[in-house]
Design a protein around this ligand. Structure first.
Ligand code: PLP
Length: 406
């Protein structure tokens, strides 16, 4: 039995929606399907604003630029994440400052506190695997009087906020809740990813939602971001295509990162059944793994629920107790030989060439390395059958026994 690590959901609903786009709306770039997807995102989260863009990475760059972050500024990120979390800051000339994580894979608030300087403009907590960060602790750090005093605003938006911006990397956590609050309403700005391997996909894509405090008007800021995501052009191609509506202006130097309708079409068909079908289906898979693997004392189950905090069940980050990196790698070799697709999320960024060359050193992030060295991510996607899940678990257990016994 061959079980890939990830398979995008392309079912009859997706195909029907794409058929509608190609035969009825017949509009390819940002238009009615993007608008419909944004409406569904808002309905899902229960907020009043959403903007679709062409990736998480570009969306995060847009927010950082909106806040006036650039050369000379610092952005705090966890060392344990996908590199885009740091690259979005580097791409706009700012410096990512990496800090270590907690045992639950999410950024450590005390380490954030220790890393803050007068140059710190933003922190990007990552809801890793879909499990929300400890936002109460993060907010406590950011709002502490001595930290606020250190904040040195150099534009109007920074003055209005009066403190470090909290930008959530929710690439994994669409559908998660933190203390009963849906992802998207927890921090100042949240960016979701709709990349092909994520819970909802548009092929490539991202979604931005704002939850800025007073005196910001979130809808007004989002309307600006929409223009800012379209070369700073105050009318979209769809609007300009309405007869007689040709005149436009360029009001700011923006990015060109709007989502096309072609992409939105796929996500639209998925998000409509996300709450009642797709998310519960992911939970079913997660529950299966938890039940099957908890009976082994060597299996460390990833965090997924704690009171009002619940994962979006994006990644099953299994860890093998007391295994070295070499033993983990050997286990993956055996699992792969049995045609089960697994992965490692993540190699901490300081292990990667680019970041090494910039002076980041792995030994500065001991918890990140401790999590990485024995981590194996299991397949979680819609439609995996009990028979397939049984097979995955059997292959994992046999691989463990082979490596542990050798
Ligand atoms: C996928 C991912 C991203 C990047 O998303 P894109 O849409 O591919 O830009 C960022 N952060 C994390 C944690 C991710 O897993």
């Amino acid at each position: 039995m061959k079980i890939p690590f990830s398979v995008p959901l392309i079912d009859a609903d997706v195909i029907a929606e794409m058929h509608d786009t190609l035969t009825n709306t017949r509009w390819l770039t940002s238009g009615p399907k993007v608008k419909a997807l944004e409406d569904e995102i808002q309905k899902f989260i229960g907020n009043d604003n959403a903007l679709c863009v062409n990736s998480w990475t570009s969306g995060a760059m847009l927010i950082l630029r909106w806040f006036g972050v650039g050369p000379g500024d610092e952005v705090i990120v966890p060392a344990y994440t996908y590199s885009a979390t740091a690259l979005c800051a580097m791409n706009i000339g700012a410096k990512p400052v990496m800090v270590d994580v907690n045992e639950d894979f999410t950024i450590n608030a005390d380490k954030i506190k220790a890393a803050i300087t007068p140059k710190t403009k933003a922190v990007i907590p990552v809801d890793l695997g879909g499990y929300p960060c400890d936002y109460d602790s993060i907010k406590k750090v950011i709002n502490a009087p001595e930290i606020r005093r250190m904040f040195t605003p150099d534009n109007e938006r920074q003055r209005m906020l009066g403190r470090i911006l909290i930008l959530s990397d929710a690439a994994h956590s669409f559908g998660a809740t933190y203390n009963g609050i849906p992802a998207g309403k927890v921090s100042d700005a949240t960016v979701f990813s709709f990349h092909s391997v994520k819970n909802i996909t548009t092929g490539e894509g991202g979604g931005i939602v704002l939850n800025l405090p007073e005196p910001f008007d979130n809808i007004e800021q989002l309307n600006f971001l929409r223009i800012f995501s379209l070369n700073g052009q105050n009318k979209s191609a769809f609007e300009k295509n309405q007869i007689g509506n040709w005149r436009y202006d360029i009001i700011d130097q923006g990015l060109k990162i709007n989502m096309p309708d072609l992409c939105a079409t796929i996500g639209l068909a998925q998000i409509r059944k996300y709450r009642n079908e797709l998310l519960p289906d992911r939970k079913r898979i997660y529950d299966f793994y938890v039940k099957a693997l908890s009976q082994y004392e060597w299996a460390i189950i990833p965090p997924y629920k704690n009171g009002g905090t619940e994962s979006s069940y994006h990644l099953f980050l299994l860890r093998i107790k007391d295994f070295t990196e070499e033993q983990r790698d050997e286990m993956i070799r055996i699992i792969s030989k049995n045609e089960v697709g697994v992965n490692v999320h993540y190699m901490p960024m300081p292990m990667l060439s680019l970041f090494k060359s910039k002076g980041y050193v792995m030994s500065d992030y001991p918890v990140a390395h401790h999590l990485y060295k024995n981590e194996i991510t299991l397949p979680v996607y819609n439609g995996l059958t009990e028979e397939q899940l049984d097979f995955v678990v059997n292959v994992i257990v046999e691989a463990y026994m082979t490596v542990a016994g050798s």
